[in-house]
Design a protein around this ligand. Structure first.
Ligand SMILES: *Cc1c(COP(=O)(O)O)cnc(C)c1O
Length: 391
């Protein structure tokens, strides 16, 4: 007798269809035809990890004490390095023992947070468009997602007053992400103040993903949510070394802020993972406390690429806002096409890959995202190719 088919759990069936499948398929087909694609879809830094961080890993990997299970909450020295970095960068004081938790990348932490605080049927407020993990983590905890549309006319910040009272009443968590993926928008301090008041009034835990705070341009310096008066009483901030130091493959991040919220997240984690390889944490200390010149150089590199793309799109007469941070350009689709049709035409007609905005949520429709993770020369070439497009 044939074994019974393996039926997926309801929570997995709840995940939306993967909206980039269509673009992925077209990419494979184009490459199979031998097309030279310029892929501006990948949100992963192409620049290498700075060498002194790699050296620190090599040294730490030799030490047998690092071959054992790490401490669950992370090496105290790593958490101390995070606290010093926060003090220096944002003027925020954190207790490394209670207000810093080491993560296996911030994706892991954001995904696990609802398991600590969301009961079946509770609501989580999630930005739309947004990083897909916020909704997935909510569904895995049997929570309900309430989408907060991010609109260009509001600077891609959610309108808190538009959230219905019966929703705020049942909401446990709110995810925010500034500088933002995919819109590259930044938050104002005044918005963060409204978030603190809102969270306090409704008893909501704020989970701010500050992943891109160091990829900033010109003289702009993105604030930490925790700089806002009262923020530590209502929320936490997720961060990682992935984008700042080009360390996406290393899997190390951290969550800082409210001690009770961190204790909850830590409790989930002690039951599902055993921490970050200590040698990687040693390398993380080297990243946070060592020379920062390369990060400065990376910022200049992304900024130069940003300028190539903004100038290129404007030369075509296409509308685009100049991003102040993160490594994305988010712009309205020209020519009245929908975002998937636009991305498909770019790929098929001029071999350029951009990400259709609708893939990040329904309110992303009408926009597309360019990731600045390929070199300026290729971006120039892409801008040239776009001139050949007849919309
Ligand atoms: C890249 C990214 C992450 C993932 O970070 P890791 O620390 O590598 O897990 C989290 N949030 C956003 C918005 C991202 O773009």
């Amino acid at each position: 007798m044939a074994p019974k088919p393996m039926e997926l759990a309801a929570r997995l069936k709840k995940l939306p269809p993967y909206l980039f499948a269509e673009i992925d398929k077209k990419k494979r087909e184009a490459r199979a035809r031998g097309a030279d694609l310029i892929d501006m879809g990948i949100g992963d830094p192409d620049l290498p990890t700075p060498p002194h961080i790699i050296e620190a890993l090599k040294r730490a990997a030799e030490s047998p004490t690092n071959h054992r299970y790490p401490d669950y909450e992370g090496l105290l020295q790593f958490r101390g390095a995070v606290a010093s970095w926060y003090k220096q960068r944002f003027g925020v004081t954190l207790d490394p023992e209670r207000e810093v938790l080491t993560l296996i990348g911030s994706k892991e932490g954001t995904a696990h947070m609802p398991l600590a605080f969301v009961n079946p049927g509770d609501i989580v407020l999630v930005p739309d468009p947004g990083y897909p993990v916020y909704a997935a983590g909510t569904w895995f905890a049997d929570g309900q997602v309430h989408w907060m549309p991010l609109r260009r006319e509001n600077g891609f910040m959610p309108d808190l007053a538009a959230i219905p009272a019966e929703v705020t009443h049942r909401a446990k968590l709110m995810y925010l992400n500034y500088p933002n993926n995919p819109t590259a928008a930044t938050a104002t301090r005044e918005f963060f103040e409204r978030v603190v008041a809102f969270a306090r009034e409704h008893g909501i835990i704020v989970c701010h993903d500050a992943m891109y705070s160091e990829l900033r341009f010109d003289a702009y310096r993105p604030p930490s949510f925790l700089e806002t008066p009262g923020a530590v009483e209502v929320g936490v901030e997720f961060h990682s070394l992935s984008k700042t130091y080009s360390m996406t493959g290393w899997r190390i991040g951290f969550c800082v802020g409210n001690a009770a919220a961190l204790a909850g997240l830590g409790k989930v984690k002690t039951n599902v993972d055993s921490g970050v390889f200590q040698a990687v944490q040693e390398a993380g200390i080297a990243a946070l406390t060592g020379p920062q010149e390369l990060s400065e150089q990376y910022r200049r590199t992304y900024q130069e690429r940003r300028d190539v793309v903004v100038a290129g799109l404007r030369a075509l007469g296409w509308e685009v806002d100049v991003p102040k941070a993160a490594f994305f350009v988010w712009a309205p689709v020209p020519g009245g096409l929908d975002s998937r049709a636009f991305a498909a035409r770019l790929l098929e007609e001029v071999g350029c890959v951009v990400t259709p905005g609708v893939g990040f949520g329904p309110s992303g429709e009408g926009f597309y995202r360019i990731a600045l993770t390929i070199d300026a020369k290729r971006l120039h070439e892409a801008m040239d190719r776009l001139k050949g497009l007849r919309l």
